[in-house]
Design a protein around this ligand. Structure first.
Ligand code: HEM
Ligand code: HEM
Length: 176
């Protein structure tokens, strides 16, 4: 399949690996928080730890990904309807903002609430001093963004599937 798209029209291998690794980690962060279970349970401790590990890993890989994007210019967008091209660009920008901002908000939320962020098996860290009122606002933003981005990610994934199965063009193969 790879030979079907010329190299200058596809993302570089590191960009592709980073895209799918970040996707799997974001999906893990969402799954973990959805199934964590009731307060005080072992399940909640395990899945919250998973959420934190997945979220912090998203942040690290996303920073590498943005750095890589500056170093290695991505392929020009495939020509399409002008409105759809603007929509795709806007969605991609929002997704970049999300994968960097959302983990940072998670870290700030925990620290502002008066706790260090603990990465199970590795250790704890604190980046800001406690501030309970600010912590409540950041928690609200983290939860709201988390819920809103189900839809943005869903829209992005649907667009990719639409290209692959309805339009039958090369868009998904660019990122494969
Ligand atoms: C891409 C990464 C992340 C995504 C998609 C994400 C998403 C979410 C979502 C959807 C919720 C639940 C919202 C609700 O209950 O309605 C949540 C809660 C939470 N997140 Fe994240 N998060 C991410 C990264 C992080 C990071 C890096 C941390 C901290 C290091 C973190 C800490 C938390 C905590 C502690 C809660 C539970 C809040 C509570 O119920 O008291 N998250 N996150
Ligand atoms: C957490 C989930 C996801 C995030 C954060 C994400 C993020 C992104 C970003 C930021 C880009 C733009 C890349 C650039 O130009 O530098 C992109 C491109 C792309 N994504 Fe995703 N993505 C996610 C999930 C998915 C899924 C599930 C699919 C497929 C079903 C998908 C398919 C694609 C494709 C095909 C492109 C290339 C589009 C093009 O060049 O026209 N993504 N993604």
């Amino acid at each position: 399949m790879r030979t079907a798209v010329a190299d200058h029209r596809r993302y570089s291998r590191p960009a592709v690996y980073l895209h799918w690794a970040i996707f799997l980690l974001v999906a893990t962060a969402y799954l973990a928080i959805e199934i964590r279970g009731p307060k005080g349970s072992d399940s909640r401790i395990f899945w919250t730890a998973t959420h934190l590990w997945a979220g912090v890993s998203v942040l690290i890989l996303s920073l590498i990904r943005v750095g890589w994007r500056f170093y290695r210019t991505p392929p020009a967008p495939e020509p399409d309807n002008a409105i759809l091209m603007v929509l795709a660009k806007a969605t991609h920008s929002l997704l970049y903002i999300f994968i960097i901002t959302q983990p940072i908000l998670g870290i700030l939320m925990i620290n502002l609430g008066g706790h260090p962020v603990t990465l199970a098996g590795l250790g704890s860290f604190t980046v800001v001093a406690p501030h309970h009122d600010a912590g409540k606002v950041v928690k609200w933003v983290h939860e709201t963004l988390g819920n809103v981005f189900y839809f943005v990610i869903g829209l992005h994934a649907l667009a990719a599937l639409f290209h692959q199965f309805i339009k039958r063009d090369n868009v998904l193969r660019r990122m494969w």
